[in-house]
Ligand binder design. Structure first.
Ligand code: ARG
Length: 462
């Protein structure tokens, strides 16, 4: 049994069971909100003084003590006691311990319900900026690498089967594009959440003349929430944030999967730096891509947080319920996991080499130029469906005779299609094919060159 020093001790008989104290606490994970909690409290105290609910001197005393508490927490000297349940009560208790009765005025017109909702929005606004920076750094690493392999072709796969040749740069830029959407989603999320719930109280607001726009302005919010009942329960921003993190994790897991395959002896497309590999405790030859595997694996934990968050919200009755306390576990997990994976990915991308020569040497397998050949026929006036059939027949013939399309003579081509001429051979090399892509956003070196320049300019300002 523990003595908590809480104001509701007068309401409840006896003391809280230790089991309950340990069960109900969030202090073990919400201390990381302390800076935001204190910023919110300072703004609240200032507003109370502006509204003449407390005196200016009292607000100043509260502010000074809160800043001291903040320093103490930052230096690691603050002694947290689980009996205080959460960061909000821990800070308020420390304040009252320091300045006595004046400290007891801070919580005027406020509830932990609007307080925690405010803290989380403030935390997330900052965390989103951190993640955006990490996304940008990863994009820059991709653009730099893409710039080195503009003219080098590689096979693009669909269904994990060889499909068409593309510039290696185009493959790398595909990740830059995905990450750009991720950053837009983070921005949108930040804009949506940037309203202040402070002053909504427990659920219904307050009979005191609180100035909500005052605190919102002090805390840099773009506006205030307009319904106190919704404001104390709204965790849409948490679900949305974790969803955005989940998509980032999905993109990183795709990269990880590609590169785990690419590092295998069978592929040997890339060599990641030894710094980011481990070996086997038993097999001396091993060079394992554990970092990539962990990036892939950690995606599971982020998705887990998304499902957990949505499930916490499911069928909760209106307004604040203690279920919501669990939200923090999942937003923190999603942010930390994705933040670490983004950093690791940027380090790996920045230290990887493509075996461009070896990749080029293997491009004659898999009939990568078949689609370009069909389009060659279209240019000669053959309807595409027919061209598709003709090339399919030629591929089957090559397969039967264990040769490549480029090995066929013009006479052999003409047997299947009169319209094929000597210039067909320009189409029959992977590098030749990539150079012929005309469409915007295609895998041609010319397009990649343009896109690399575009992204360099675009990312320079960030
Ligand atoms: N630790 C709580 C949370 O994270 C703070 C709000 C508690 N409010 C309450 N009325 N019990 O949600």
């Amino acid at each position: 049994m523990a003595k908590s020093g809480k104001s509701w001790e007068k309401r409840l008989s006896g003391e809280t069971d230790d089991l309950a104290i340990n069960f109900v606490e969030s202090l073990s994970y919400d201390t990381r909100l302390y800076r935001y909690d204190i910023a919110g409290s300072i703004a609240h105290a200032q507003m109370l003084a502006d509204q003449k609910i407390i005196s200016k001197a009292e607000a100043a005393e509260i502010k000074k003590a809160l800043l001291e508490i903040s320093d103490k927490i930052a230096s690691g000297k603050f002694k947290f006691d689980l009996v205080h349940e959460d960061i909000h009560m821990a800070v308020e208790n420390a304040l009252i311990e320091r300045i006595g009765d004046v400290g007891k005025k801070l919580h005027t017109g406020r509830s932990r319900n609007d307080q925690v909702a405010t803290d989380m929005r403030l935390w997330m606004r900052d965390e989103i900026e951190v993640l955006q920076t990490k996304v940008t750094l990863l994009q820059k690493a991709f653009v730099k690498l893409a710039g080195k392999y503009v003219d080098d072709p590689m096979p693009a796969y669909t269904h994990m089967q060889r499909a068409q040749p593309v510039s290696i740069g185009a493959y790398l830029l595909s990740f830059v594009e995905q990450l750009a959407r991720d950053n837009t989603r983070l921005k949108n999320c930040s804009e949506l959440l940037n309203v202040s719930p402070l002053g909504s109280g427990a659920v219904a607001g307050s009979t005191l003349p609180l100035d909500r726009k005052n605190t919102a302005k002090q805390l840099g919010f773009a506006g205030i929430t307009w319904n106190s009942i919704d404001a104390v329960s709204d965790r849409d921003f948490c679900a949305e944030f974790i969803f955005v993190c989940s998509l980032i994790a999905a993109h990183l897991s795709k990269l990880a999967e590609d590169w785990i395959i690419y590092t295998s002896s069978e592929f040997s497309f890339i060599r990641t730096d030894d710094k980011y590999c481990t070996s086997s405790s038993m097999m001396p030859q091993k060079r394992n891509p554990d970092m990539l595997e962990l990036i892939r694996g950690k995606t599971g934990s982020v998705y887990g947080s998304l499902v957990a968050m949505l499930t916490i919200l499911k069928a909760q009755p209106s307004t604040y319920n203690r279920d919501l306390q669990e939200d923090k576990i999942h937003i923190f997990n999603a942010a930390d996991t994705v933040g670490a994976s983004l950093e690791m990915s940027a380090a790996i991308v920045g230290n990887t080499k493509f075996n461009a020569k070896q990749i080029a040497a293997g491009l004659d397998k898999g009939f990568l130029e078949a689609t370009a050949l069909a389009e060659y026929l279209v240019k000669k006036g053959v309807p595409f469906r027919e061209a598709h059939g003709i090339v399919g027949g030629l591929v089957a013939h090559c397969e039967d005779n264990n040769c490549k399309l480029s090995d066929l003579t013009i006479d052999r081509f003409k047997q299947d299609c009169e319209k094929i001429e000597a210039d067909v051979h320009d189409t029959l090399s992977p590098a030749g094919v990539t150079n012929q892509y005309l469409t915007e956003g295609s895998g041609s070196p010319a397009q990649v060159e343009k896109q690399v320049q575009y992204w360099k300019n675009q990312l320079k300002e960030q």
